[in-house]
Write a protein that binds this ligand. Structure first.
Ligand code: NAG
Length: 435
């Protein structure tokens, strides 16, 4: 009892909040961007993006019109002088009348941490550069979901570009292609300047699901283009996986694949959690698309099924933060579990406000639930700076008249430091060992 009291006091002390109340007139949605058709030589690497592929490797993905273009990446730490070369794989797909280009995936490494590399795709064409994340704290994540490709998307991307970050986290809804396959290509071009330089780690949202009954599997385009390190993390599906950066273990779950206790995803999650070593990765984050804690009228209750299946497991595992998208607005919770504030629960953040064409979700349920700390329907992005094993600084930046304005910020202390992890050790072990 005394211990619980102590934990409560400590945690509430550390979650200090700055709230700037705003008499702020929210902007209208912006139009979908128009992309000039800009013919390139067929070998030319397009839509270049990178993602983490194990501790010391990076997967480089790009598209060429030319079917014979090789899936090689040359790279090194000096511009124009490539000391290493890696051979990868390629794929392509047809979707009704659309045929994709050749989609190349090449893993490069081992790479040094916190180092700039120069690289070239397919043996010719322009040089790109990337920076690998650090091996230790501090490490910074840019976070935004529901991006799309509108004027607001551009504004959000510009603001992210101004921030010093190591890895981009995207909890679902990338291109808003919605069956129009060429929009996957324009999205790839739009994000290339950022996504070719820092790893983009994504999970799927509803707008990635392009089902045609009996004809097309829901995530064919997404899986072909945005291959994530699922094999590297022991998962059998690109729709859920995990990875580690500095001292952070990050689990990307799938809201649009089976998640019940009998599902492959649930078994994989248990196996993944059993591998987490909080002395090595004191911070534990989870991302998925549909929020569990959402006091917006939009998509109310849609996450309930997944929450019923998985929340007790995440709670037993002392997950520090859960980041979701889907609702086109921003909301931050207290540490919460089972619908109530709880010092050993996760901080839930909804950040589906990247700038998609559907516009913002303005309607909120009143009164504001006890667990909800800050909520606002504006476009923007989040930054999570994990300073050390115990302290992280979270901030939300609103796209105010195209300027990034920091509108919500909070220090979060890890559950490792609070005693929750050690207190729930046996409970977690029992759940993980249950058949
Ligand atoms: C972690 O960072 C916080 C915030 O900067 C600082 O107050 C604290 O002393 C640091 N802890 C350690 C162990 O360095």
């Amino acid at each position: 009892m005394e211990l619980m009291k102590l934990i409560t006091v400590t945690v509430s002390l550390f979650i200090s909040v700055t709230v700037i109340t705003a008499d702020y007139v929210r902007p209208q949605p912006r139009k979908t961007l128009h992309f000039q058709l800009n013919p390139k030589p067929s070998f030319y690497p397009q839509q270049v993006h990178i993602s983490l592929a194990g501790d010391e490797s990076m997967r480089v993905t790009w598209v060429t019109d030319d079917d014979s273009s090789p899936s090689v990446v040359e790279y090194g730490t000096l511009p124009g002088r490539y000391s290493s070369v890696a051979q990868g794989e390629s794929t392509s797909y047809n979707y009704l009348f659309y045929s994709s280009g050749k989609i190349h995936h090449t893993v490069i490494g081992p790479l040094e941490h916190d180092t700039v590399y120069f690289y070239r795709c397919g043996g010719q064409g322009p040089e790109f550069q990337l920076k690998t994340p650090p091996a230790q704290f501090p490490v910074t994540f840019a976070v935004v979901g529901d991006l799309g490709q509108t004027g607001w998307t551009k504004s959000t991307l510009n603001h992210i570009d101004q921030c010093k970050y190591d890895v981009h986290l995207l909890p679902g809804d990338l291109s808003y292609a919605d069956y129009m396959q060429h929009r996957w290509d324009t999205f790839g071009e739009l994000v290339q300047p950022l996504a070719s330089a820092k790893p983009w780690m994504v999970t799927e949202g509803n707008h990635e699901q392009e089902n045609i009954p009996l004809l097309k599997d829901g995530f064919e385009s997404y899986n072909a283009r945005w291959k994530m390190p699922f094999e590297e993390s022991g998962s059998s599906s690109n729709l859920y996986y995990s990875f580690e950066v500095a001292g952070v273990h990050i689990i990307m779950l799938g809201s649009y694949t089976d998640y019940d206790e009998q599902s492959d995803q649930f078994s994989w999650l248990k196996a993944d959690l059993s591998k987490v070593d909080r002395t090595k990765t004191p911070w534990l984050l989870v991302l998925f698309h549909v929020p569990w804690y959402n006091s917006n009228k939009a998509h109310k209750g849609e996450g309930d099924g997944m929450m019923a299946a998985m929340e007790s497991l995440l709670y037993a595992a002392s997950v520090d933060m859960v980041l979701a998208g889907h609702v086109h607005a921003y909301e931050r919770s207290k540490r919460v579990n089972n619908g109530r504030p709880d010092p050993c629960g996760a901080v839930h953040i909804t950040i589906g406000d990247g700038g998609n064409r559907e516009g913002l979700a303005h309607g909120y349920i009143n009164p504001q639930p006890e667990w909800s700390v800050f909520r606002e329907a504006s476009f923007g992005h989040g930054e999570l700076k994990i300073v050390n094993s115990t302290h992280a600084f979270w901030s939300w930046h609103r796209n105010d008249d195209d300027e990034p304005v920091r509108s919500d910020q909070v220090w979060i202390t890890s559950l490792v430091n609070s005693g929750c992890v050690s207190e729930k050790k046996n409970e977690l072990r029992d759940i993980l060992m249950a058949p």
